[in-house]
Design a protein around this ligand. Structure first.
Ligand code: ZN
Ligand code: ZN
Ligand code: ZN
Length: 364
């Protein structure tokens, strides 16, 4: 029943994984395997007998070749699939019958199968190939696969290639594939360089956002410390009605808390003050104002000036300006965002930017 002609090596392999081994539904009529009624012809001259009903149901393109005018096939029902190794065509046929292909076949014929799945519109195989090739991307093959992904309209694979390229450009620049691309496809070269440029500015943007987020988080921590110092006291600083000697050991947020304590001590003793142009006093003033904007129980609050700031906002008909309100919102949300992203943050190479542990940074 299986008629094979041509290249002997191909013939043996095709027999070993004959497409009929996992026969598709279309080939079985009344519980029996129907006779093959078409033959696939490969570049190597191999003939693979097949069932037109199976081919048509697996691939609309093969379907229209079978049903359409006999332009693409000879009168004997031959359908040529040329331009790829005959073994790749065998694997393709096997997939059309069984929807299966092995990892080894993917390893050997992944690029051909992607091309075939694209040309003959077999989405399931195309997805398999996209995934399979993405797993097998290397510095050496990435340029070739990128070009194939573009030709075959496989955006996921294309993006994976672009990312690998932009992360390993120094090494890839040295490969034969890249040199060939440079001399044959300047447009794609340009697209790659543009992608890398955009990736770089994306990275910069993320870095900036993370730094900003770090600042808000620092402020949020400073707010916790301020309340804690003014309520419970910490080390040598505390509310006037509390004996400061009771809290001599550093707390868990030592660096922020200690910086804040130094600032409070300075604020209490400074002769220049805010209006005299003292920057440290101005910073403390802003922190106190920020606390007041966040504080929801000013009547019991022990933080200095909390109520006064609240009253001032109420009296001032314009209220707080938009920029200040935005700052307050961001400080309030910083902690939530931080706790959500903590595992990722820990992995990143850039820890939160605490530039100076002994001072609270200025923020406006
Ligand atoms: Zn403390
Ligand atoms: Zn001062
Ligand atoms: Zn308060």
């Amino acid at each position: 029943m299986v008629l094979l002609q041509g290249n002997f090596a191909c013939e043996m392999k095709v027999k070993a994984n004959s497409p009929f081994s996992g026969a598709g539904e279309g080939a079985i009529i009344d519980g029996e395997m129907a006779e093959p009624d078409v033959q696939i012809i490969t570049s190597g001259g191999l003939r693979i007998p097949a069932h037109s009903s199976v081919l048509a149901s697996a691939s609309p393109v093969l379907g229209s070749i079978i049903e359409g005018p006999q332009k693409h096939r000879s009168s004997e029902g031959n359908i040529p699939i040329l331009g790829v190794p005959c073994d790749a065509v065998s694997v393709f046929m096997q997939f059309l019958y069984s929807s299966k292909c092995s990892e080894e076949q993917m390893e050997n014929y992944g690029i051909h199968l992607l091309a075939l799945s694209h040309v003959y519109l077999v989405p399931l195989l195309k997805r398999r190939c996209t995934r399979g090739l993405a797993e097998r991307l290397t510095i050496e093959n990435v340029v070739d696969i990128l070009q194939l992904a573009r030709l075959c309209d496989a955006p996921d694979l294309y993006l994976r290639c672009m990312k690998l390229l932009s992360n390993n450009f120094k090494a890839i620049e040295q490969t034969e594939g890249w040199k060939f691309l440079q001399s044959h496809d300047p447009l794609l070269e340009l697209q790659i360089l543009q992608f890398m440029d955009e990736a770089e500015s994306r990275k910069k943007r993320t870095r900036r956002q993370r730094q900003e987020q770090g600042l808000y988080l620092e402020l949020s921590e400073a707010m916790d410390c301020l309340e804690h110092i003014c309520t419970e006291g910490c080390m040598s600083v505390g509310p006037y009605d509390m004996d400061p000697s009771k809290n001599t050991s550093p707390c868990s947020k030592f660096s922020t808390c200690h910086g804040l304590q130094l600032l409070i001590k300075h604020f209490a003793a400074c002769k220049k003050r805010v209006n005299g142009g003292c920057l440290r006093c101005k910073r403390m003033w802003q922190l106190l104002r920020l606390h007041s904007s966040i504080c929801d129980s000013p009547d019991e609050c022990k933080v200095p000036l909390c109520r006064q700031f609240k009253l001032k906002v109420q009296q001032d008909r314009r209220g707080e300006d938009a920029r200040w309100r935005l700052l307050v919102r961001k400080v309030v949300s910083a902690k939530t965002i931080y706790s959500l992203t903590l595992p990722k943050w820990k992995r990143e190479e850039e820890p939160r930017t605490t530039q100076n542990h002994h001072e609270i940074r200025s923020f406006k």
